[in-house]
Design a binder for this molecule. Structure first.
Ligand code: 4AD
Ligand code: MG
Length: 430
């Protein structure tokens, strides 16, 4: 029966069958050290010529990097390393003898690796990133369900913009004209809260971002959460609770992955503390003090986010931005109607913005005037305006960029490694 590498700890001294790929092989005379990967983990198998028939030993010698294999072996504790296990090979079969593998165990340039992304995913670091990504997805679902959110989801083809018209991807849509790939499902889950109270979506969103940065993809995954009867203050609490839950979850469940990634986990441990809060106004003043030439009314750039969080051990909320630089749906601050009740959450260690959120305008007339002022087509938003006609309630929500979060937790430099098949302005393949 097939056993998984993850479960070997409980099978010491037993004979097990592992189906895997040969990641690496070192031979020293009549002994071969085979490093195997089965998806659940990594294990070293030790094959001794003296234990094996001549034909089996021949196969061991012949096996190439990335050959798929079946191994029968006895589980043993590693002679020196605590909590590490090995296999003593009793039988070895090749399922498919791999041709010469393009990604050798040496340094390759990023372009070459990106061209071979379909193969690169098998490398140890990429394996670890994929698993951290999965853990973050799991943590998000767990936290939200504990907070009584349910998953509702939103469409990818949409008739209108959610986050400004400049980054829309148009798609010809039969006789109905042009559809746009969704930039965020927010508007749709705002509709769903009147049915289920609190909900979220989680899926790919699209932005025709011309920016070539280490933090921008044209297709990325976003979790949008929305809750009825939640206002600005509570919105921030939910966001902080979520991010701290994700961090704790990864620290507890991704130890091997973070070790492979050589991630210093201390900053993550320290980040699980109350987050800092600045108003936009305070943030601009602080930035100017710290040497940035940003002016009131401008969006924060990458450098500004870095400067603002440089000495912080915890992520920083920047709340209450000028309405002029934020989308139409954000609710005005009753104290100063030039501001909106929103927040950007900036992570530490140069990770940048990970969340954008706000309380939503719930008044029909005010929302209508914002839609008009933005020059948007009112007809496209009629359904969204309807929500303010039938039992409108104060409500708020936010969106977290999955790959931005993966980038922070893993500590990898470029966001293109944080999604299995990245799409950027210059890349559509593989
Ligand atoms: O701040 P954004 O644009 O907010 C919204 O879309 C809201 N409608 C969300 C909501 O309130 N439900 O995007 C949310 C997050 C950002 O904070 C960032 O983490 C990520 O999405 N993001 C990107 N990630 C990768 N590549 C890009 N081009 C991104 N643009 C935004
Ligand atoms: Mg934003």
């Amino acid at each position: 029966m097939q056993t998984f590498i993850k479960n070997l700890a409980s099978l010491v001294d037993q004979e097990v069958e592992i189906k895997a790929w040969l990641y690496n092989k070192r031979s020293s005379g009549p002994i071969a050290f085979l490093e195997l990967r089965d998806g659940t983990g990594w294990v070293q198998a030790v094959a001794a010529k003296s234990d094996l028939s001549a034909t089996v030993w021949e196969d061991v010698e012949k096996a190439t990097q990335e050959s798929s294999v079946v191994i029968l072996g006895k589980v043993a504790k590693h002679p020196k390393k605590e909590n590490v296990f090995e296999l003593q090979v009793k039988d070895f079969k090749i399922i498919q003898l791999a041709q010469e593998y393009p990604i050798a165990h040496k340094e390759h340039g990023p372009d070459f690796l990106m061209e071979n992304r379909h193969l690169w995913l098998r490398s140890k670091k990429q394996w670890a990133i994929l698993r951290v990504r999965d853990s973050i997805i799991t943590a998000i679902g767990e936290y939200l369900h504990k907070e009584l959110f349910i998953k509702v989801d939103s469409p990818v083809f949409t008739p209108n913009a959610c986050e400004g018209t400049t980054t829309l991807f148009p798609v010809p849509y039969f006789d109905l004209g042009t559809a746009y790939l969704s930039q965020s499902g927010q508007l749709y889950i705002e509709a769903a809260i009147a049915s289920v109270g609190r909900c979220y979506d989680f899926g790919p969103v699209f932005r025709a971002e011309k920016s070539k940065t280490k933090r921008h993809l044209t297709e990325f995954w976003m979790m949008d959460a929305e809750a009825a009867f939640v206002e600005h203050e509570e919105n921030l609490k939910i966001q902080e609770g979520l991010v701290r839950y994700i961090i704790r979850y990864c620290l507890n469940n991704c130890q091997e992955e973070l070790r492979i990634l050589e991630r210093n986990t201390e900053p993550l441990e320290k980040a699980d503390n109350p987050f800092t809060r600045y108003t936009y106004d305070e943030a601009i003043k602080k930035l100017n003090e710290l040497g940035s030439d940003i002016k009131y009314g401008e969006d924060l750039g990458n450098d500004d986010e870095g400067i603002l969080t440089k000495d912080s051990e915890v992520p920083v909320f920047i709340e209450k931005w000028p309405k002029s630089i934020k989308p139409f749906y954000m609710k005005r601050d009753s104290v100063n109607p030039d501001l909106v009740l929103n927040d950007d959450l900036i992570a530490i260690e140069g990770a940048g913005e990970i969340i954008g959120g706000s309380q939503r305008e719930d008044d029909y007339d005010l929302l209508l005037s914002r839609i008009k002022a933005e020059g948007l087509n009112i007809e496209d938003y009629q359904w969204y305006l309807d929500l303010r006609k039938y039992g409108s309630v104060p409500h708020a929500g936010f969106g977290i960029g999955l790959e931005r979060m993966v980038r922070w937790v893993t500590g990898v430099e470029h966001i293109r490694e944080c999604i299995p098949f990245p799409r950027t302005i210059g890349r559509l393949k593989p």
